[in-house]
Write a protein that binds this ligand. Structure first.
Ligand code: RRO
Length: 315
C-alpha cells in the first residue's frame, strides 16, 4: 500500500505546508539567504535574531564544523530589527498565505518592550520569537536561566505586545527546572516556545595544535547537531507535558535525518527547525529531510503528523 504522507502542520491559528523551517541564525542573516529558504520545500522561515541596532558580532573564526555537529560563537551578528521587519512585511505582502517568524532579542532586558512595541506598531502579521537564550555575547548571561528576569521580561513584553509570540529557550537539564520554567511560561499568552537553542558554552579542541577551534570567549561556544539531539528530545517532551495545551512547540536540536524529525514530533513538536544540518548541507537539507520524514511516516503507517505528534511510548 502506498501512503502519501502530508507534512502539513499548525501552530496557534497558523497553518504550514511543511513541518520544516530553518533555526534562527542559520541561513537567515540576509534577504538573499532568507529568499533561498523561502524557495525551498521548508514550510516557513525565521529571520536571524535582530537587535535594536545592527551588530557585526564576535571575532572570527566563530563557527566550526565538528565530528557530530557544530560549535558557534557568532555573537549576534545581524542587520538590525528594522531590516528583518522590512523583509517580513515585504514577504507577507508577496506571500499572504505563508506566515513567517521574526526573531528578536534585547542586548539588555529593557530592550525587549521596545522591540515588542516596534513590532506591535508595524504591519507584521506573522509570529515573533523573542530569543531569551543566546549563549555567545561576552558578558551577557543566557536570560532564560534567570527565571526572575525571564518573568520580568515576559511581563514587559506582553504589556505592549498583542500579536502571536513565542520564546526561544536554552536547554534545561533538571526536572525541577522544567517545572519552574513551565509554571512561569504558562502565566503568559504565548503561542509557542522554541526548544532548544544550542547547548551553551561547550569547548572543542584541535588535537593537532591543542588549540580551541573558535576564537571568541576563549573558545567556548554553543554546541549543535547530533550532540544536541537527546537534550532537544527531552526538552520538547518535558515542556509538552507541562505547558498549556494551546502553547505549541518548535522542536530544534540535532535533526540530521527524517527519523530525528519524527522523534521530535513524537515528543510533541508542531514544527521542526534545522540548524547545524542546514549550515553544513545547505537548503538541500529541506528536500532530503522532507523525503526521509515522509518515508518514516509511511513505514509506520501514518499519513499526517498529528496522528503521531506527542504519541511517544514509555515503558
Ligand atoms: O549569534 C549567536 O551567537 C547565536 C545566537 Br543569537 C543564538 O541564539 N544561538 C546561538 O547558538 N548563537
Amino acid at each position: 500500500m502506498i501512503i502519501l504522507a502530508s507534512l502539513k502542520t499548525t501552530l496557534g491559528d497558523y497553518r504550514f505546508d511543511n513541518v520544516f523551517m530553518n533555526a534562527s541564525g542559520v541561513h537567515c542573516e540576509t534577504a538573499a539567504e532568507l529568499d533561498e529558504v523561502a524557495a525551498s520545500p521548508a514550510g516557513t522561515l525565521v529571520t536571524k535574531t535582530g537587535t535594536l541596532q545592527p551588530r557585526s558580532g564576535n571575532p572570527e573564526p566563530r563557527f566550526a564544523v565538528l565530528e557530530l555537529g557544530t560549535i558557534n560563537s557568532m555573537g549576534l551578528p545581524n542587520q538590525g530589527v528594522d531590516y528583518y521587519l522590512a523583509y517580513a512585511e515585504q514577504f507577507q505582502a508577496q506571500h499572504p498565505e505563508q506566515p513567517i517568524f521574526l526573531s528578536v532579542a534585547g542586548m539588555q532586558p529593557s530592550d525587549f518592550p521596545v522591540l515588542a512595541q516596534k513590532i506591535q506598531d508595524s504591519g507584521f502579521t506573522g509570529l515573533t520569537e523573542f530569543n531569551l537564550s543566546c549563549p555567545n555575547v561576552p558578558g551577557k548571561p543566557q536570560i532564560a536561566y534567570d527565571l526572575a528576569t525571564t518573568a520580568e521580561i515576559l511581563t514587559a513584553i506582553f504589556t505592549a505586545f498583542k500579536k502571536p509570540a513565542g520564546v526561544k529557550l536554552p536547554p534545561y537539564f533538571d526536572l525541577a527546572q522544567f517545572d519552574q520554567v513551565a509554571a512561569i511560561l504558562n502565566r503568559y499568552p504565548l503561542t509557542f516556545i522554541n526548544s532548544i537553542n544550542s547547548r551553551g558554552n561547550g569547548l572543542w579542541i584541535d588535537p593537532e595544535t591543542d588549540t580551541t577551534t573558535i576564537r571568541p570567549k576563549g573558545g567556548f561556544g554553543g554546541i549543535g547537531g547530533q550532540y544536541a539531539k537527546p537534550v532537544a528530545l527531552a526538552n520538547v517532551r518535558a515542556f509538552r507535558q507541562r505547558l498549556r495545551a494551546d502553547i505549541g512547540i518548535i522542536g530544534t536540536g540535532g535533526v540530521t535525518t527524517g527519523r530525528d524529525a519524527y522523534e521530535l514530533i513524537l515528543c510533541g513538536a508542531n514544527l521542526v527547525s534545522l540548524g547545524s544540518v542546514l549550515a553544513t548541507e545547505g537548503v538541500g537539507a529541506f528536500s532530503r529531510l522532507t523525503t526521509e520524514l515522509k518515508a518514516e511516516m509511511a513505514k509506520k503507517g501514518y499519513s499526517r503528523v498529528d496522528e503521531f505528534r506527542g504519541q511517544l511510548n514509555t515503558l
